[in-house]
Ligand binder design. Sequence first.
Ligand code: SIN
Ligand code: MN
Length: 274
Amino acid sequence: MEMTGSTTVLSAEAVTAYHRDGYVLAPGRLPAVAMTRLSAAVPAILDEDSARRIMERDGVTVRSVYGPHLADQTVASLSRLTELAGAAMDLIGEPVYVHQSKVNVKAPFVGDQWQWHQDYIYWLQDDGIREPNLVNAAVFLDEVNEFNGPLTFVPGSHDQGVLAAVEKEGLPIGYEDAPQWVSTLTADEKYGVRHDVIERLVRSRGLVSPKGPAGSVLFFHPNILHASSQNISPFGRRTLILVYNGVSNPATNTENPRPEFLAARDTTPIAVGE
Ligand code: SIN
Ligand code: MN
């Protein structure tokens, strides 16, 4: 992708690494005051019993809460931080809005896996977003280490475009009574990638699991092939993911749109830092 705007937040090296590898772990951490506020807001976000909350298969452990930037003022203002929205503009090359957000909990001992997938196919198929010109900003709420189920990438795999995907029919076991859009959010990916395709890419490109302390920010491309394993450790691995999209690339599916908390219709550009 060609950059149209000038780099303002991330270094030129970081922007180059992102476009080459499909991810970049930003140097440094978010400001301590922002992290303190965010950590204080998270328990109430996880406690709220709403349609935006997805449980693990055990039915009692929170897996994810979607749309916290719509429901919580702390997350809303965090999403406008220069270190996040400004950096996203550097990577996307135009003004951005938040298409989707989520807190992924990955609870100690019981937090389940995320199967191999790419993100963009959901935003293309389900939301009608025409270009993969979005970026995930994953804010580590806890330290991410090799034991608590870090995100694992095939570096550079975003250059493959949308890979051969296997669309699963119906809803996964345990979620049979849920609305259809839930099938996009569980441990069983709706658009899985074939094992032979994954193997070919991993053998040539390798695997990487970026790790870091709480407050780190990991940017990754919507077409990078990624997964994460179960959390076998006693350490939490809560992550806030903000999905920024370029304002010229809105959702176009008006036939059967997913709820606003999964697919924003409001594409007002973020006033960075306000
Ligand atoms: C994870 O939180 O480990 C997975 C997130 C994602 O697939 O986007
Ligand atoms: Mn993903």
